[in-house]
Ligand binder design. Structure first.
Ligand code: AVJ
Length: 319
């Protein structure tokens, strides 16, 4: 049998993605590799940066409108959260939900068991009326188990996580989720709006260098897990606004001609000075883009809540 994909000895989960990305032209690495333990901690730090307006803006929208959002979603709700992580913003909705109904079920879904354990433990302690059933899964392929949940579901997809995916991929993800829902179920989608690069770029290239450290941790992770020898000082964090595609693009730019060896992949990679390796897209939506991805994935937009400056939107859509 002819096979084009090499087999790897170590850490197969990330090895084939890394091999594919580093041998491609132009080079790239997938954004999902950001989130090892160190990377998740760095992302938590990003969410507290003054320049990273996304988290606090979405939180303020949820705080101001939680009651209305939940009433609009329907009565006797079961909450599901895609990519829940530690579910910190979710507690705003949970707290309000438990004012509207005495008991609730919460299904956080995430690839990280440790983040889920933390969320389940904290929320279980804080809210006696809440039952937390964690699901360890990569929601991008759909979550078949969702179709077995009885009662009305509200699926939370907040934090602008959808922004990492190219719109056709975002539509496929939403469609797979939609297939596990029933009429009357709802989706709450949090997305960042397109705006001036004067506001966007500092959020992705902060003065404190936390985003740079977050980006370079991808290389540190390859050093740790694949025994690679990336020199973190020899790469520079770059953030660009691509207006045509309505996205912020993140790169690691090689500061010199250099080569890097990844013994576990039996791979020697050459970088030219100035060569950029793509690590992330962060799509910034217009209202038209939101309407279109929801429509194309089988949802109907019902209501939108946003902050005073129209920087961030929280959208309720119905099956
Ligand atoms: C977790 C995808 C919402 O795109 O704003 C933050 C990730 N990358 N700074 C985003 C991220 C660099 C973040 N999301």
């Amino acid at each position: 049998m002819a096979t084009s994909k090499p087999q790897f000895l170590a850490n197969d989960a990330i090895a084939s993605d890394v091999y594919e990305g580093l041998t491609a032209s132009p080079k790239h690495l997938p954004a999902k590799l950001f989130y090892d333990t160190t990377g998740s901690q760095l992302f938590e730090q990003i969410t507290e940066l003054p320049a990273y307006y996304l988290t606090r803006t979405e939180r303020s929208i949820l705080e101001e409108h939680a009651s209305q959002i939940l009433r609009q979603a329907g009565s006797a709700l079961t909450l599901v959260e895609l990519g829940a992580g530690t579910a910190t913003k979710t507690r705003i909705l949970i707290e309000e939900l438990l004012r509207q109904q005495p008991r609730a079920l919460f299904y956080p879904i995430d690839v990280s068991p440790s983040a889920l354990d933390q969320a389940a433990w904290q929320l279980g302690n804080e809210f006696p009326g809440l039952r937390v059933n964690s699901i360890v899964a990569d929601y991008t392929g759909g979550v078949p188990a969702l179709s077995r949940i009885v009662g009305r579901k509200l699926v939370l997809y907040i934090g602008s996580s959808i922004g990492n995916f190219e719109p056709p991929h975002a539509i496929r993800i939403l469609r797979r989720i939609r297939q596990t829902l029933r009429p009357g179920d709802a989706l709450l989608l949090g997305a960042d709006y397109a705006k001036s690069p004067k506001i966007l770029l500092p959020a992705y290239d902060d003065a404190l260098g936390v985003t740079s450290a977050f980006n370079k941790n991808m290389l540190a992770r390859l050093n740790r897990e694949l025994d690679a020898d990336f020199d973190l000082e020899a790469f520079k964090h770059v953030a660009l606004w691509n207006r045509r595609c309505s996205r912020v693009e993140i790169y690691l730019e090689s500061l010199a001609d250099q080569s890097v060896f990844l013994p576990t992949l039996d791979l020697d990679v050459r970088f030219r000075a100035g060569e950029r390796m793509h690590t992330e897209n962060s799509y910034k939506y217009t209202m038209g883009m939101i309407e279109s991805i929801l429509r194309e994935s089988g949802f109907m937009l019902e209501q939108t809540w946003q902050d005073r400056q129209n920087w961030f939107g929280v959208h309720l859509a119905r099956v």
